[in-house]
Design a protein around this ligand. Structure first.
Ligand code: F6R
Length: 242
């Protein structure tokens, strides 16, 4: 694991954007694994700026998102498909048909998960996987106790994750407690991984990921075994490291 500690979330986003831009410049048809949530938002803004400036193009890239809520239509404003459309896909030159987000309304979710895995294999695997980390150590929606060998599947969210994400839903709105997520082994097969974490509320999970034992209690700790994982932190998220 390579650990990079920077002053603040702006520097984390700028550093992260540079890594992903370099990846795409080196391999214009990169297969990108993408995340939603607050962690990558500023990075996406920087990527949008770089595309607008002509420094990089996503026109040949293919993307696979980590996860999606079960029960939300793609055009629901809290679906992860909507998030990606709004924060990245509609602002850059990626071809929409090259973007993949699990289908939250699939009638046969097991079959959809198997097809998602197959689509990743058909594209020869993920070149560059972007991750955030949950306050409980999850990656994707692989909550603590997830099998370290897991593949794309349906997971029940923990109460903590439901509460952490409640801020995005109106009080009277249906908030899903199930999600489809790439598995931990699916994520680990990516050729390169970059995890971003900022803020004091991530400090305990970051410590467990980097200094704790590799354990399903902190799914992100498996990244200790990845040959090319970069963890980019601000000083607050790094605050509990020895
Ligand atoms: C999102 C995802 C999650 C988030 C994590 C951190 O697609 O897979 O694992 O990365 O919950 O969320 P934020 O960045 O909102 O703190």
């Amino acid at each position: 694991m390579r650990i990079v500690i920077l002053n603040n979330s702006d520097d984390v986003a700028a550093y992260g954007a540079q890594l992903i831009i370099r990846q795409i410049q080196t391999k214009p048809d990169s297969v990108l694994g993408l995340a939603t949530g607050s962690s990558p938002m500023k990075l996406y803004d920087k990527l949008v700026e770089a595309v607008a400036a002509g420094d990089v193009s996503l026109s040949q890239c293919v993307s696979f998102n980590l996860d999606e809520y079960v029960g939300l239509a793609p055009d629901h404003d809290q679906s992860y498909r909507s998030f990606m459309q709004k924060h990245l896909f509609e602002r850059v030159d990626i071809r929409i048909e090259n973007t993949h987000v699990p289908d939250g309304l699939a009638l046969d979710p097991e079959d959809m998960c198997a097809q998602y895995e197959q689509a990743i294999r058909d594209h020869h695997g993920i070149d560059f996987q972007l991750l955030g980390i949950g306050a409980n150590g999850h990656i994707g929606f692989n909550e603590p106790s997830s099998s370290l060998r897991s593949r794309t599947r349906i997971k029940t969210l923990t109460m903590q994750t439901v509460e952490d994400n409640a801020r995005f839903f109106r009080a009277d709105e249906f908030q899903p407690e199930l999600a489809i997520t790439m598995g931990i082994e699916t994520i680990m097969e990516s050729r390169q991984i970059m995890l971003l974490a900022t803020g004091e509320h991530k400090a305990a999970a970051v410590k467990a990921m980097i200094e704790g034992p590799v354990s399903a209690s902190c799914p992100a700790s498996i990244l200790q075994f990845h040959p090319k994982a970069t963890i980019v932190l601000d000083t607050a998220a790094a605050g509990q490291l020895e």
